[in-house]
Design a protein around this ligand. Structure first.
Ligand code: CU
Length: 146
């Protein structure tokens, strides 16, 4: 009789313990998925690195690396994430004019850049390897904030 009572008690304790573990796991699991949070918008702008290639009439090969799209629009004071996926070109170290933002985009890798501009204007995203025509550019994108 005593033995049966103890095992029942043990079953209840185990059941409650297991329920707590499952609930805890579900709560923890929800916390590590930030995009499911209600009211917390995640605004991502996607960009890739591209390349234009051509040949002149005298047989000279010309090329220009590009950020694609070349112009993006961001509302003033809004937190966004700029995602840049490296497709063409081995790597593109970059800076955003008028900010401290610097980084690098490598082939086959996604670079995520958190952005927020509190002042209106046009900010240039410049590849430091391909900044102008003489360096296989201009690899410049325009970030329009309004
Ligand atoms: Cu580049």
């Amino acid at each position: 009789m005593t033995l049966i009572y103890v095992s029942r008690k043990w079953i209840y304790v185990s059941f409650i313990g297991l329920t707590l573990i499952i609930c805890g796991w579900l709560l923890f699991d929800e916390k590590i998925v930030p995009t499911t949070k209600v009211g917390d918008e995640v605004y991502v702008i996607n960009m890739v690195t591209g390349e234009f290639k051509s040949e002149t009439e005298d047989g000279k090969e010309i090329e220009a690396y590009r950020w694609d799209p070349g112009t993006i629009y961001i509302p003033k004071g809004k937190n966004i994430t700029l995602s840049i996926y490296g497709v063409n070109g081995k790597e593109h170290p970059f800076m955003i004019e008028g900010t401290d933002i610097k980084g690098n985009v490598k082939k086959g890798e996604e670079t995520l850049i958190p952005l927020r501009f509190d002042e209106e204007g046009t900010y240039r995203l410049i590849c430091l390897t391909h900044p102008d025509i003489s360096h296989n550019g201009p690899m410049i994108a325009y970030i329009v904030v309004d």
